[in-house]
Design a protein around this ligand. Structure first.
Ligand code: NAP
Length: 484
């Protein structure tokens, strides 16, 4: 079943940081794929902007190379590449300076959507917003797209929001968390609220616990300097894992509408109980036989930054009282995997013999690899061996179920950029959500900093430190295996 493509309105999209890694690796290849899918109207135009002096031809060459390097152009779609590149222009602009702004103002057309992607470091968000305003380039209908990190803590997030709010309304600000653009994440909402089956069971009465895992096999690599000031809590939990938790735990919004959905997510964040010290494990990977340790990669021998974190979170509301959410994320782990596991309780009374086997259902929502869901259900083990129970998956790998190889399913960035043009903020974080997440995160970080806690070392290629396993064992539960 090929996905339905509805072209968006004509637009001028300006990518500040148009020569950078994010623009070359994600944004422009994503736009190219949408072009190939027929979603970009003929009048759509993209303007790359950065400080380097470059002609349109040089910039198009740079982007052509990026399309090849990052797998969007495969040699068979050269005609599409040529046509797509014709829609791209370049203007040299310094976000901190005065040059280039007049040329940009002149280049933008009237009566098309104007979107400005801030694909630059966060220190430039304020200056860019100010200059777009001062030069009369942005109006009340323009949109700006900002990338994480949205602050380093509550104070800096508030400052950033206040700076942007001087020039743009909240309805114009699109804060990207690319996890929200994933097909499965949206399907979580479709499955929860589009079926009668799940929602009546979606509470502490029927769900034993929820596990959210985002595991990576890579280390910090070249991002060591940035990451060492951030760590897994700021880099992953405060944003990506928090968003997954919110979508799993939120009450049904009255409508699938940006503010209705974001109001419900915000209520979840505000209901999070502060995490007790004993419910938190921090880890840092040690050296492997052929891989450097975290401290070596971060070039900081005495670093106490965590490359792994696991925690147990309680949500203080009627729906979830007594059902914990366990979160873990880390680098250099055994497998690259992102999933939400909803573990249901066992039936209140078993009519089968004690040795017939366990029969708790489990719903797994997989973000990667193989986006999809599976539900473990109990059936009778086939054959004449008496009533023995086994768990079998009802598998819904999207690519299989929808009869595609997955190539026509837009990746997160593609979908989110198209949502910006459509003016749909549902999958973007609102300023108050970001602040609430920091308000919950800050005291946890301050706690371990004031105690001078050091992370537990773990071997690369494992499921993190032993203490993380104990976090669940002490509650009589266990993490799902991290299978490569
Ligand atoms: P990058 O590779 O360092 O690129 C930065 C871009 O900004 C370059 O095009 C640079 O070009 C331009 N730039 C720097 N100073 C400028 C100025 N004063 N005026 C105008 N342009 C300027 O960084 P990146 O990895 O693309 O990341 C961009 C942003 O996205 C960062 O906030 C990052 O945290 C965030 N992000 C990145 C990723 C990723 O996968 N890369 C993922 C999530 C979020 P010139 O030097 O020519 O000006």
């Amino acid at each position: 079943m090929a996905s339905r493509v509805i072209p968006v309105d004509p637009f001028d999209l300006v990518i500040f940081g148009g020569t950078g890694d994010l623009a070359r690796r994600k944004i422009l290849p994503g736009l190219f794929r949408r072009y190939c899918a027929g979603q970009m109207p003929a009048e759509a135009r993209i303007i790359g902007a950065a400080r380097s002096d470059m002609s349109n031809t040089e910039y198009r060459r740079l982007i052509g190379e990026a399309l090849e390097e990052f797998g969007a152009a495969d040699g068979k779609n050269q005609k599409d590449v040529t046509e797509f590149l014709q829609r791209i222009e370049y203007i040299a602009i310094d976000a901190m300076g005065k040059s280039g702004w007049k040329a940009l103002a002149k280049a933008l057309r009237k009566n098309v959507v104007h979107a400005f992607n801030f694909s630059v470091g966060p220190a430039l968000f304020g200056p860019l917003a100010e200059r777009l305003h001062e030069n009369g380039i942005a109006d009340t209908q323009s949109r700006i797209v900002v990338e994480k990190p949205f602050g380093h803590d509550l104070a800096s997030a508030k400052e950033l929001n206040a700076t942007l709010a001087q020039y743009f309304d909240e309805r114009q600000i699109y804060r990207i968390d690319h996890y929200l653009g994933k097909e499965t994440v949206q399907n979580l909402m479709a499955v929860r609220f589009g079926n009668i089956l799940f929602e009546p069971l979606w509470n502490a009465q029927y769900i034993d616990h929820v596990q959210i895992t985002v595991a990576e096999t890579v280390g910090v690599g070249g991002r060591g300097e940035y990451y060492d000031k951030s760590g897994a809590m700021r880099d992953m939990v405060q944003n990506h894992l928090m968003q997954l938790l919110c979508l799993t735990a939120m009450e049904p919004p009255a409508k699938f509408d940006p503010n209705a959905v974001r109001d419900e997510k915000l209520k979840v964040i505000r209901a999070l109980r502060p995490v007790a010290n004993g419910d938190l494990v921090r880890g840092q990977y040690s050296a492997g036989s052929d891989t450097p340790s975290y401290a070596e990669e971060a070039e900081n021998p005495s670093s106490t930054t965590e490359s792994f974190i696991a925690m147990k979170i309680d949500i203080e509301n009627w729906r979830w009282n007594g059902t914990p959410f366990y979160l873990r994320t880390g680098k250099r782990m055994r497998a690259r995997l992102s999933e939400i596991v909803v573990r249901f309780k066992e039936p209140p009374h078993s009519i089968f013999d004690e040795d017939a086997g366990s029969n708790a259902n489990e719903l797994t929502i997989r973000l990667q690899p193989n986006e999809g869901m599976d539900m473990m259900v109990t059936i009778k083990e086939p054959g004449p061996g008496g009533m023995r129970l086994v768990q079998v998956p009802l598998d819904m790998t999207f690519a299989d179920v929808l009869g595609s190889d997955g190539s026509d399913v837009p990746d997160a960035y593609e979908r989110l950029i198209m949502d910006v043009i459509r003016g749909n903020q549902t999958l973007f974080m609102r300023g108050d959500e970001v602040e609430a997440a920091w308000a919950w995160t800050d005291p946890i970080i301050e706690g371990w900093e004031s105690r001078g806690d050091k992370p537990n070392l773990y071997e690369p290629g494992t499921a993190g430190p032993e203490e993380a396993l104990m976090l669940m064992h002490k509650d009589g539960r266990r993490w799902r295996d991290l299978k490569p």
